[in-house]
Design a protein around this ligand. Structure first.
Ligand SMILES: O=C(O)C(=O)C[C@]1(C(=O)O)C=C[C@@H](O)C=C1
Length: 283
């Protein structure tokens, strides 16, 4: 990654210490970061906008469970910019107090995304009650602090380590290609400088007329820019109208600027959410 900043950075993570957001933050911004826990994504955006933190990590999509669509709207309506991304391999584990066994467990608690990633394993235990929580690590911490027996959490090995829990079952994610894409966010002109880019995240709207969206996509393609992701989200307050979120990858910045020029001319709404270096996969 081509980010320049002075360490240590205060970095907002969604969840508590031990959450996958913390792992992603340490992998991208250094092990000496000061993690700042935020229980919701809304809180994470507000902390970054108010400069309570220097940066934030935000999960945006998972290769198995799909996109975290509300985060696209949060980003679009914020003053933040994307300065980087990372694809973190998510290894889920069943965590419980020492002494517990698969037979003694009655309830399993975790983040809905984590639960969705482990449906095959959970399907083998229909007797367990499944409970959703704000965060994988918070579920683990509550079991540890409350010394709750008969209950397990799904979460990272870092959470097991931090909260003194045993790994009852390792690697319980259904698909071994389980990656979550995290964005690195800062306030515009914040403490992280981005020196190069080959990818941009944008959002736009098209006229309600035949071929309007197809024409925009063709213009992007004609500039030699590769469209790697496209989502449509409802435009709140304007029933059955949509905002499209897209990722563009380019070899040359000039080609991307040409695509931006066309979008400015043809889209009814257009915003760049960030220009950054495409991220790599981290295990
Ligand atoms: O609960 C956590 O540990 C998180 O960091 C959140 C989150 C998510 O929002 O998708 C992050 C990665 C995993 O895909 C599961 C949960």
């Amino acid at each position: 990654m081509t980010l320049e900043y002075e360490s240590p950075l205060r970095v907002a993570i969604q969840g508590v210490r031990g959450a996958f957001h913390e792992i992603a933050a340490r992998e991208t911004l250094g092990n000496d970061i000061i993690p700042v826990e935020c229980l919701t994504f809304r809180e994470l955006v507000a902390a970054t906008e108010s400069e309570k933190v220097d940066a934030a990590l935000m999960a945006i999509e998972n290769s198995v469970a799909g996109g975290i669509l509300p985060n696209y709207a949060l980003l679009r309506n914020s003053e933040l910019q994307i300065v980087g991304e990372v694809y973190l391999r998510i290894v889920q584990n069943l965590l419980a107090l020492p002494g517990e066994t698969l037979e003694s467990i009655k309830e399993v608690e975790s983040h809905p995304m984590a639960i969705q990633q482990c449906t095959d394993f959970l399907g083998e235990h229909p007797e367990w009650k499944i409970i959703e929580s704000e965060d994988t690590a918070l579920s683990a911490r509550k079991i540890s602090e409350g010394e709750i027996r008969g209950k397990a959490a799904i979460g990272s090995s870092l959470a097991a380590e931090l909260f003194g829990l045993n790994i009852l079952a390792p690697e319980i994610e259904s698909n071994k290609e389980n990656y979550t894409r995290f964005l690195i966010l800062t306030k515009k002109d914040g403490k992280i400088r981005n020196t190069t880019s080959n990818k941009a995240s944008i959002c736009f709207s098209a006229k309600h007329e035949p071929g309007a969206l197809a024409a925009i996509l063709k213009d992007i393609a004609d500039c030699g820019v590769d469209l790697t992701m496209l989502h449509s989200l409802p435009k709140v307050g304007a029933k059955w109208e949509y905002i499209f979120h897209a990722d563009l990858v380019y070899d040359s910045y000039m080609q991307y600027l040409q695509a931006v020029k066309t979008l400015n001319e043809t889209a009814t709404y257009f915003k760049v959410l960030g220009e950054y270096q495409a991220g790599s996969e981290i295990f």
